[in-house]
Ligand binder design. Structure first.
Ligand SMILES: Nc1ncnc2c1ncn2[C@@H]1O[C@H](COP(=O)(O)OP(=O)(O)OP(=O)(O)O)[C@@H](O)[C@H]1O
Ligand SMILES: [Mg+2]
Length: 535
């Protein structure tokens, strides 16, 4: 770069690259479109699966947008923005990641055409923003109240996006009922729900209970493994004298001193275990280590003990049993103990032991053990259950539902086309373009189901004139009433998807300058001809 005084000002490091203007926009749109097209074929109950193979050769088959993109680490900055959107949608709402990514791609595809027609980016951004507002309003207008039945419909629709499980309705019902039971003041704490997947049984053996499982075993074979009326201590404290050594410097000079030290160690551990006994505890979950000697005294005391328990499990145990998590055993009293009717160890599958803590004192904690005959089915069902939970948590924000199967997208598209006529300038084209992007969602559902998309879309447009509930039931292979067919979605989730997809599309559109540093030289020297991933 050269200033007026002809002094060059170097901004970019040697080897960095810069792409500006329409070239940069085109590259970014292309990157987002590639991801969108890749995920599009997985949309809906009839979508295809993707096979993911990681660097160590593990294979995972899935159609879950979040799972697919989580494993993809694209280099391109615009693609990264799309992956971040999917991650956010997946982590916050659990469901709708594919829709969000497909929408970004479709919105940008429309933007590209508008740019080619010579419409300025600023006009496109403004028009899309107006279209988004109108779309959200339309969704709010056509939404219906979600009572328990509708909540079950929403859970089922969310699950059916992942696969066709034979007992899907009864699972959706169980999930909704369990969530409503653990809700406190209308809120469900996601951290208090643990999903474990264990293959080896049919999906109908999936269990949802108000209990806690810990995927550890009882530390010593001589300890009790089945306790009724459990008094439970939760510790974050190593029962291990060597830990003390680490904390204090001990100088031993004679063998006698060493023996005295060993005796002291034993005495100290015995005292610590005695504190547990005095408190009345008969079950201990500790998330720190316990030495052999510590285990010996705990066995002698008849305390069912589990060590190195994960913090999340300890939190759930605390909530379910009412026990306090204690950081120093010397401060433990009977007031810190929790209660459960039954604590036992059981082998669930192939020698995997779990500890079950049942008949807990407090509600609010859910334990879901997802079963399936193979690892693949168990993985899919786990994603389905996860999506249903996320969606139900989201829908409880306002208890409103929208028709699925592309019905809402078509209704929004129709409303936007009417709205476009209110504009007399180029924004009319922009709002119409947004309407077209929305239509791509039902079109993808139809194509993925192997239906004749042109015919189905024509039929859908006609049916929408009668009712905004009309969508494509891909399981039946026809246009029908989504409310009657129980294909419903969470309004709040659908709005969140639309808002964040539009935001990301606009962000990508606004970039007109990409400055990329030189990628780090791989070991072994520069590889001539290696393409810059940012271009
Ligand atoms: N029986 C059905 N007929 C038509 N469409 C359906 C049916 N069941 C679900 N759908 C639709 O499938 C779409 C959801 O598909 P899918 O679950 O594959 O994607 P997603 O929820 O956007 O993303 P992901 O689940 O991967 O996070 C929704 O639009 C929903 O309305
Ligand atoms: Mg889904």
């Amino acid at each position: 770069m050269v200033q007026n005084n002809q002094q060059p000002v170097i901004i970019l490091a040697d080897g960095s690259t810069r792409t500006v203007g329409s070239e940069a926009t085109k590259n970014n749109i292309m990157a987002a479109k590639i991801l969108s097209e890749a995920l599009k074929t997985t949309l809906g109950p009839r979508g295809m699966d993707k096979m993911l193979i990681n660097t160590i050769g593990d294979v995972k088959i899935t159609n879950d947008g979040y799972t697919i993109l989580k494993e993809t680490e694209p280099e391109h900055p615009a693609a990264k923005m799309v992956v971040d959107l999917a991650k956010k949608q997946g982590e916050v709402n659990g469901d709708g990641t594919t829709t969000a990514v497909v929408l970004v791609g479709e919105i940008l595809k429309q933007a590209e055409e508008l740019l080619e027609k010579g419409i300025a980016t600023a006009t496109i951004v403004k028009g899309f923003e107006s279209a988004l507002k109108k779309a959200v309003q339309t969704m709010e207008n056509i939404s219906i109240p979600a009572n328990k039945e509708e909540l079950i419909d929403i859970a089922e629709t969310s699950m059916s996006g992942k696969g066709s499980f034979s007992n899907i309705r009864s699972m959706a019902t169980k999930i909704v009922e369990a969530l409503l039971e653990v809700e406190e003041n209308g809120e469900i704490d996601r951290d208090m729900i643990k999903i474990r997947k264990i293959h080896g049984e049919g999906t109908e053996d999936t269990e949802i209970t108000q209990s806690v499982t810990v995927d550890k075993n009882v530390v010593e074979s001589e300890m009790p493994r089945d306790i009724r009326n459990a008094k439970i201590a939760l510790l974050q404290y190593p029962i291990d004298a060597r830990e003390l050594q680490n904390q204090a410097k001990i100088k031993l000079t004679t063998p006698g001193e060493y023996q005295a030290y060993v005796d002291k160690e034993a005495q100290m551990l015995e005292e610590e275990v005695q504190i547990l006994v005095d408190s009345g505890a008969n079950v201990l979950f500790n998330n720190k280590k316990i030495s052999d000697l510590g285990q010996h005294y705990l066995t002698k005391a008849g305390i069912m003990t589990t060590k190195r328990v994960k913090s999340g499990d300890l939190e759930r145990l605390s909530k379910a049993t009412g026990a306090n998590i204690v950081n120093n055993i010397r401060e433990l009293t009977s007031d810190d103990l929790g209660e459960a009717g039954h604590v036992y160890e059981k082998i669930v599958y192939e020698d995997r032991e779990y500890i079950f803590v049942e008949e807990c004192k407090n509600p609010g904690v859910l334990n879901i053990i997802v079963r399936g005959s193979t690892k693949h089915i168990t993985d899919l069902l786990e994603q389905a259950v996860n999506n249903a939970i996320g969606t139900i948590i989201k829908v409880r924000e306002n208890d409103k539902a929208l028709p699925g199967g592309g019905a809402t997208d078509m209704a929004v598209s129709k409303a936007l086309k009417a709205y476009a006529n209110e504009f007399t300038d180029k924004q009319q084209l922009v709002v119409q373009a947004f309407a077209k992007a929305m239509e791509q969602l039902p079109a993808a559902l139809s194509t993925n189901a192997g239906l004749s998309t042109i015919d189905v879309m024509t039929e859908l447009k006609a049916a929408q004139k009668e009712s905004t509930n009309m969508g494509i039931n891909v399981l039946k292979g026809e246009v029908s009433d989504m409310k009657e067919d129980q294909v419903l979605e969470a309004e709040s989730n659908k709005i969140a998807i639309l808002k964040s997809a539009t935001e990301v599309a606009l962000e990508i559109l606004r970039i007109d300058d990409v400055l990329a540093s030189k990628p780090e030289t791989p070991v072994g020297g520069d590889m001539p001809g290696t393409p810059n991933p940012y271009l």
